[in-house]
Design a protein around this ligand. Sequence first.
Ligand code: IPE
Ligand code: IPE
Ligand code: MG
Length: 265
Amino acid sequence: MMSITPDAVNKSSDAATMPKPLALADVPAEKMPRHIAIIMDGNGRWASHRGLPRIEGHRRGADVVRCITEECARLGLEQLTLYCLSSENWKRPVEEIAFLMQLLELYMAGERPLIMEQNIRVSVIGRREGIFESALREMDQTVTMSAQNTGMRLCLAINYGSRTELVDACRHIAHEVRSDRLCPDEITEETIAANLYTAGMPEPDLLIRTAQEMRVSNFLLWQISYAEIWVTDLFWPEFDEALLHTAIRDFASRDRRFGGLGKAN
Ligand code: IPE
Ligand code: IPE
Ligand code: MG
């Protein structure tokens, strides 16, 4: 297995401190998404198409995570949620899993200065079981250190599966009922939402998926009920700020009806 150097995820970015021209000035503030969620797919295929090992794709994917996080914070988004590892991804070869754990550890440690500099609050959703101890340590430290930050929330879905999230929520609600703290008839949509890992977070307005697939792969099934979906054929390592702007412009042009009647009526 190839090893990764801290440089791979710890490039100090001069661009982060340089003022940039205001992107998306043409999009009215009320048309901007508050919360974007991304299924970052296609790292392996990006690498395979170049005759590189799959892990090269993950390494490049981590660079894109930095770039897109920075841009979303700069645009003033309230939240960015990134699907980093699904509860089904454990089916992959042990070498790939080991690399992803190593990358996670280095990302959590290496990105801390940039996260603090950009006033980003990091949250993690998913089950802790299976995540390597060394990665958990760095993850916890980044979450704790950034907890008081007041800028964009960066929510990382790691060992996340929407079905396990719903199972965990049901278990918790069942315990509440059994101990007479909750009456079954009082269970509402708000009760469910408040028992998900994402309790207190806004629902995604825009769901982006890279690498062509037209599926949600067990991601935020409850929370994306009314998200606008935007897909691209490009692989995650090819995703960039310009493409993010394209997705946001497309989102801004849509008529979100939420089951009601649109503007044309
Ligand atoms: C997404 O890229 C990253 C993870 C799921 C960890 P993939 O690794 O799924 O890349 P493809 O879809 O096989 O190309
Ligand atoms: C979804 O990608 C999970 C992440 C991006 C972390 P997958 O590559 O695991 O999804 P499938 O297997 O194509 O549905
Ligand atoms: Mg994939």
